[in-house]
Design a protein around this ligand. Structure first.
Ligand code: ADP
Ligand code: MG
Length: 236
C-alpha cells in the first residue's frame, strides 16, 4: 500500500527536531541494528513517514512520547522499531521473559501490529505473542510466559494478569498504548488503569493517538514520565 506522504510540521517540547537537528529521511540512516534494517528492507520500507521522522529520534533514545498523527500515517513503526531495538541492545533472550507490552483497542488492530512486528523483527531472536479475545485462553496461558513481546487488547491482558499463574511483568522495559483515544472511547479506562498498576514504574512508555482529547491527556499524565509531545499535521 502506498502511504500518503504528509507535509509535516513536527512540534516537540524540547526543541529537537527543529532547525539545527538533522532530519533522518531513510531507515538506512537510523541508528538501528542490521537485523532491523534487513527486516525493514525485506518489507520494502525505505523512506520514513512524517510521524516516523518526528518520533523515532525520541523513541529510539528511550524517551517517553505522546505522539499524535492521523490514521494511516505510519505510527506503528514509530513504536515497534524502538521496542525491538531496546530489547536487542539489552541482549534480551527467551529466559528474560516479558520485555515489552503493546496494548491496542481491538483484535484487528492488534493483529495488524503483530504483522508489522513480524516484519521488523524477522531477523531478531525475540519471541512475540498475541493476546486477544476469541482465542483459546488456555492455549495462550501455556505459551505466555515464554513471550518477550506481547500485543494485546486491554480486557484479555487484564484477564491473564489476574488468572494466569506465573504471569510476570516485573522485567518489563517498554509499554505502548496504541490508539489511546479509541482504547478510552471503548470504555477500557478502568482496565488500563488496573494494568498500569501491575507494571513496573521504571520503563519507557509510548502513547499514540489519532486525536488528543482531554481523556488522552489524562491517561498521558498517569502513564508517561517527562514526555516529549509530537504532533504531525497534514497540510492543506
Ligand atoms: P497508523 O498506525 O498511523 O494508522 P500504520 O502504522 O498502520 O499507520 O501504517 C499505515 C500503512 O502504511 C501500513 O500499511 C504500513 O505498512 C504502511 N507504512 C508504514 N510506514 C511506512 C513507510 N515508512 N514506508 C512505506 N509504507 C509504510
Ligand atoms: Mg495504528
Amino acid at each position: 500500500r502506498r502511504i500518503q506522504e504528509l507535509d509535516a510540521v513536527a512540534e516537540s517540547n524540547d526543541g529537537s527536531g527543529e532547525a539545527g537537528t538533522k532530519i533522518i529521511w531513510n531507515f538506512d540512516n537510523l541508528p538501528i541494528s542490521q537485523h532491523s534494517l534487513d527486516g525493514l528492507r525485506a518489507a520494502k520500507y525505505t523512506r520514513l513517514t512524517a510521524i516516523q521522522r518526528a518520533a523515532l529520534p525520541h523513541t529510539l533514545a528511550g524517551k517517553d512520547v505522546l505522539g499524535a498523527a492521523k490514521t494511516g500515517s505510519g505510527k506503528t513503526l514509530a513504536f515497534l522499531i524502538p521496542v525491538v531495538e531496546k530489547l536487542f541492545r539489552l541482549k534480551w533472550s527467551r529466559l528474560d521473559g516479558l520485555g515489552a507490552l503493546i496494548i491496542s483497542p481491538t483484535r484487528e488492530l492488534a493483529m495488524q501490529i503483530f504483522d508489522e512486528l513480524r516484519k521488523v523483527g524477522a531477523r531478531h531472536d525475540l519471541s512475540a505473542g498475541l493476546l486477544i479475545g476469541g482465542k483459546n485462553v488456555k492455549e495462550e496461558r501455556e505459551r505466555i510466559n515464554a513471550m518477550n513481546i506481547l500485543v494485546c487488547t486491554p480486557g484479555r491482558l487484564l484477564q491473564h494478569m489476574d488468572e494466569t499463574p506465573g504471569f510476570d511483568a516485573s522485567a518489563l522495559q517498554l509499554l505502548v498504548l496504541d490508539e489511546a483515544d479509541r482504547i478510552l472511547d471503548m470504555g477500557f479506562s478502568a482496565s488500563v488503569n488496573a494494568i498500569l498498576e501491575n507494571l513496573p514504574r521504571r520503563r519507557q512508555t509510548m502513547l499514540f493517538s489519532a486525536t488528543q482529547t482531554k481523556s488522552v491527556k489524562d491517561l498521558a499524565r498517569l502513564s508517561l514520565r517527562d514526555p516529549t509531545y509530537i504532533a504531525v499535521h497534514a497540510e492543506a
